[in-house]
Design a protein around this ligand. Structure first.
Ligand SMILES: Cc1cc2nc3c(=O)[nH]c(=O)nc-3n(C[C@H](O)[C@H](O)[C@H](O)COP(=O)(O)OP(=O)(O)OC[C@H]3O[C@@H](n4cnc5c(N)ncnc54)[C@H](O)[C@@H]3O)c2cc1C
Length: 383
């Protein structure tokens, strides 16, 4: 079944959806409100499910991605709580977790689409159904009439609010995140680390070019900002183990990003209504504690394309898309929230001590099992 679609939002989810739809013979226009096509962010880790979804879309990461073989979880004094051997994941899943700059992933996705497919500087705030059952979408100064609208407009999705006006929308998770990419390559012994203190974590991943992205996530009231964020990070994390001080020292102040983390605590009752499908953070914004948000958006994209290829109608395809994606992505979102509660968000010193002891005593296989639980997903064929 072919057709025409407008995808609202040119983030990772929207671009991936457009690539998938084109692969199964649909005509697609991606509409992005930002005037320039880019991804604001630092680095991203992709688990096997995300890498497999990209493979299904014909997007190879190649040398852009660095496999994360060596690393694990530490306490602020540097002691290891759990080691993770990426080689075991590679043997089990065909790939370890990989890390790359978000801008690079976004560039690879853009390169898989003809430039004329994407309209920038155009905000879509609502869509309408025509008398014949098709969808009318305002695009810049004009209007498109299409068979399908894909809402990939992120955590504050306008399309989600239109489809589910009674849904409460995203909620503040209680955690804020500061992140950056170092200016130059750094000397570190590991590919990735996560360090848990009380109500705070500091993590890094190293890129293929030797630079690293670091992120600090900590409990804070919504909206708190610092006059000098890098200085505040040194105050909070400067006494933590190496290489944390070196990562902060290797960062330019103007490279530092600070965002509050919002999530959809109330799950959506459906990912589709009529001829509108919701996808990525618009459908299931989750906390980043499992590094699965974008991976789930990539799964959505492949599953949506496969469902539309199978037809026989848009409505039937969207109903299958909803049935296949909603239970899984909402369960990953719940698991991410739980992981945050047991990890970064845990603040009471006694609870932190109990958690750390349990982690030190856990068999190394337990860490691998925790990753496998969500990463071992296989894409449907796209024909
Ligand atoms: C700190 C942090 C770390 C993370 N780390 C990871 C990780 O390591 N691995 C992982 O898999 N996931 C990670 N995630 C999650 C991941 O970033 C998101 O799940 C993913 O980027 C969502 O992509 P999206 O395309 O659905 O939404 P977005 O990236 O938000 O894209 C939405 C797009 O829609 C556009 N838009 C919005 N409204 C409109 C409108 N009305 N009209 C037109 N355009 C519009 C926006 O400008 C934007 O370009 C992390 C998230 C955070 C916050």
């Amino acid at each position: 079944m072919g057709g025409s679609a407008v995808v609202v939002g040119a983030g990772i989810g929207g671009l991936a959806a457009a690539i998938g739809l084109r692969l199964v013979g649909w005509e697609v226009t991606v509409v992005e409100r930002a005037p320039v096509l880019a991804d604001v962010g630092a680095g991203i880790s992709l688990h096997a499910n995300g890498v497999r979804a990209l493979d299904a879309l014909g997007v190879g990461l190649g040398a852009a991605a660095r496999p994360q073989y060596e690393g694990g979880t530490r306490s602020p004094d540097g002691g290891w709580l759990a080691r993770m051997d990426g080689g075991v994941l590679e043997r089990e899943l065909g790939t370890p977790i990989v890390g790359l700059p978000r801008a690079e992933l976004h560039r690879l996705l853009r390169a898989a689409l003809p430039a004329e497919c994407v309209v920038v500087g155009a905000e879509v705030t609502s869509v309408a159904r025509t008398g014949s059952g098709r969808m009318r979408v305002p695009v810049g100064d004009g209007v498109r009439e299409v068979d399908l609208v894909v809402g990939a407009d992120g955590v504050n999705s306008r399309l989600r609010a239109q489809v589910f006006p009674d849904h409460p929308g995203p909620a503040y998770s209680g955690s804020t995140v500061v992140r950056a990419i170092t200016e130059r390559p750094v000397e570190v012994d590991t590919d990735f680390e996560l360090t848990w203190g009380g109500g705070a974590e500091f993590g890094h991943i190293v890129f293929a070019d030797g630079r690293a992205e670091w992120h600090a996530v900590y409990n804070a009231p919504a909206g708190v900002r610092h006059p000098d964020t890098l200085t505040e990070m040194r105050r909070r994390f400067g006494a933590w183990h190496d290489p944390i001080p070196a990562l902060l020292d290797g960062t330019r102040p103007d490279a530092v990003l600070h965002h509050d983390i919002h999530e959809l605590v109330t799950p959506l009752p459906a990912f589709a209504a009529g001829r509108i499908a919701l996808l990525g953070d618009a459908a299931h914004a989750m906390t980043p504690h499992l590094g699965q948000g974008a991976c789930q958006a990539l799964e959505d994209a492949v599953t949506l394309a496969a469902a539309l290829a199978a037809g026989p109608t848009v409505e039937a395809a969207l109903s299958r898309y909803d049935a296949e994606r909603r239970p899984r992505s909402q369960s990953v979102a719940r698991a991410a929230r739980r992981a945050g509660r047991m990890g970064q968000r845990l603040a009471h010193p006694l609870a932190v001590a109990v958690r750390d002891t349990a982690l030190r005593l856990a068999p190394s296989r337990a860490t691998v099992r925790a990753v496998l639980r969500h990463a071992d997903w296989r894409p449907p064929g796209l024909g």
